[in-house]
Design a protein around this ligand. Structure first.
Ligand code: FES
Length: 191
């Protein structure tokens, strides 16, 4: 076989090797991506921890949260103790009078605590506070464009440009800890 023929004969082999290497690389990337997305979701049993501040990554204890207070939280896997820090897992936790909750919301609350995705459904800004005055008092307010959500009523939209409620996170109390009782209900984030 002439050298040129040998080269020609070798080409398919090299192409296959390249394809195989590329396939393996894509598989690694895809696997990594799936693993990341799989580990970033909130699941039942995750502990809620402070998202920022002096107590960042520490479990939020129920008696540390005042009435009509909102706190940003992340979920933490209680087994690995890894905090799932992802924009899509940012939570806004609110403590309200239990009797202030409507029946549909109370089903997913724990002792007056309710939790929602903190990602605004308008354009995705993080929500971290309750309004203090007027009709916004006690409501979740997005400071980007002024969307207002009712934490006592499934985070339904009360004002602004958002079209959908925030995704709801079922909660339960486990001793002093606030724990997810399931994953988010509803779509997380902006449309
Ligand atoms: S992103 Fe929240 S109101 Fe626009």
């Amino acid at each position: 076989m002439k050298p040129r023929d040998q080269v020609k004969a070798g080409l398919p082999g090299r192409r296959e090797a390249l394809r195989a290497a590329l396939g393996a690389w894509m598989g690694i990337l895809l696997g990594r991506g799936l693993a990341q997305s799989g580990s970033s979701g909130v699941v039942a049993g995750d502990l809620l921890v402070y998202a920022s501040g002096d107590k960042a990554d520490q479990p939020i204890l129920a008696d540390q949260v005042g009435l009509n207070q909102a706190i940003n939280a992340y979920p933490m896997d209680p087994t690995t103790q890894s905090v799932k820090k992802d924009p899509k897992t940012l939570i806004v936790l609110v403590r309200l009078e239990p009797k202030a909750l409507d029946a549909g919301t109370a089903r997913y609350a724990a002792g007056g605590f309710v939790a929602y995705s903190a990602i605004c459904t308008h354009q995705g800004c993080p929500i971290s506070q309750l309004g203090q005055v007027g009709s916004r008092k006690g409501k979740l307010v997005c400071t980007c464009h002024g969307a207002v959500f009712d934490p006592a009523a499934g985070a339904k939209v009360l004002g602004g440009q958002a079209k959908r409620p925030l995704a709801l996170l079922p909660l339960k109390l486990q001793g002093p800890n606030l724990v997810a009782a399931g994953g988010f209900i509803g779509k997380v984030g902006a449309d």
